[in-house]
Design a protein around this ligand. Structure first.
Ligand code: 5GP
Length: 304
């Protein structure tokens, strides 16, 4: 049975008004005039509120620095279906969402910290060359120096290329909680990102670039969902093999091990927020830095 014409018109007007009101709330969150946490509080306090009718996904998407890929990951982790509205959350889902917003939102809302960029990609794709280019040409960007248990290669400088440490020192750093992330790479040596310099740089409003492997990128995503994950791709698989062999710094056995890792790593590219093809070092570096600039611009806009 169709409702009378006048009711349908009134209902559609009300729906349009509700959509507009929800859009205004989302805009306020996005422009940092309102915290996502307070939207949740309002929604839970009153099932009649406009906030109660918002989808959880839309609320998370309106938080500066959280894009669709990260939002979907967060929702999976919180075990909340993508169509769920704030009013429809179960008690445990409410708690998980509140905990997430309490932990994550303050850094996004208060400081606009979203300038951490992780550059990952398969072995020999040129991550090192691109990040060295950025360090030399974009001094405003802090390139994080990792600690590693592997031996220095010729020309590598302690404290610049890596902090070269022994197993005992690496163990101590883990124990002391000094790493943002760490991993065993190529089934061999341990590599880790020291956290204090990153926190300091972000607090000063600087951009930070981490050049790490896939396992490390995943850990950073968990610890700091506002980080931007960039995957560096070779122009082709053949080119990747050519670069690895051409580099001539690894034994045949080591090359084989690294190619195996590279195949696995290439398969993970969809987990990343952005993909950059490294055909030309200067252009790839500019593209990565541009991603930081976009983030910075967003951060500044949000503070106005
Ligand atoms: P290499 O031995 O060729 O310098 O680096 C081997 C791999 O370790 C590269 O894929 C590099 O991105 C990764 N790597 C370097 N530093 C770190 C780090 O701090 N953490 C993680 N997880 N990987 C790292």
């Amino acid at each position: 049975m169709r409702p009378p014409e006048v009711d349908r018109v009134a209902a559609s007007r009300a729906a349009v008004a509700a959509r507009r009101a929800r859009a205004a709330v989302k805009r306020a969150v996005n422009e940092r005039r309102l915290s996502a946490l307070s939207v949740l509080h309002t929604a839970l306090a009153s099932s009649e509120s406009i906030e109660a009718t918002m989808r959880v996904r839309d609320l998370l998407l309106s938080i500066p620095g959280l894009g669709p890929v990260r939002v979907d990951r967060v929702m999976t982790r919180l075990e909340i279906a993508s169509t769920k509205r704030l009013s429809g959350l179960g008690v445990h889902q409410q708690l998980r969402l509140r905990e997430f917003l309490e932990k994550r939102a303050p850094s996004v809302v208060d400081t606009g910290e979203s300038r951490l960029v992780v550059l990952a990609g398969p072995t020999a794709v040129g991550k090192g060359t691109v990040s060295t280019y950025i360090r030399e040409n974009y001094p405003e960007v802090l390139l994080s120096v990792s600690a590693t248990t592997r031996a220095p290669r010729p020309g590598e400088v302690d404290g610049v290329s890596y902090y070269f440490v022994d197993d005992a020192e690496f163990d101590r750093m883990i124990e002391a909680g000094e790493f943002l992330e760490w991993a065993v790479v190529h089934n061999k040596s341990r590599y880790g990102t020291p956290r204090p310099p990153i926190d300091r740089a972000l607090a000063e409003g600087r951009s930070v670039l981490l050049e790490i492997d896939l396992q490390g990128a995943r850990q950073v995503r968990e610890a700091m969902p506002e980080a931007t994950l960039v995957f560096l791709l070779p122009p082709s698989w053949d080119e990747l093999v050519r670069r690895l062999i051409g580099r001539g710094t690894e034994t045949a056995e080591e090359q084989e091990r690294r190619l195996t890792t590279a195949r696995v790593e290439l398969a993970a590219q969809d987990e990343f927020d952005h993909r950059v093809v490294n055909t030309d070092v200067e252009a790839a570096a500019a593209e990565v830095v541009e991603l930081m600039r976009i983030q910075k611009a967003n951060g500044l806009l949000g503070k106005e």
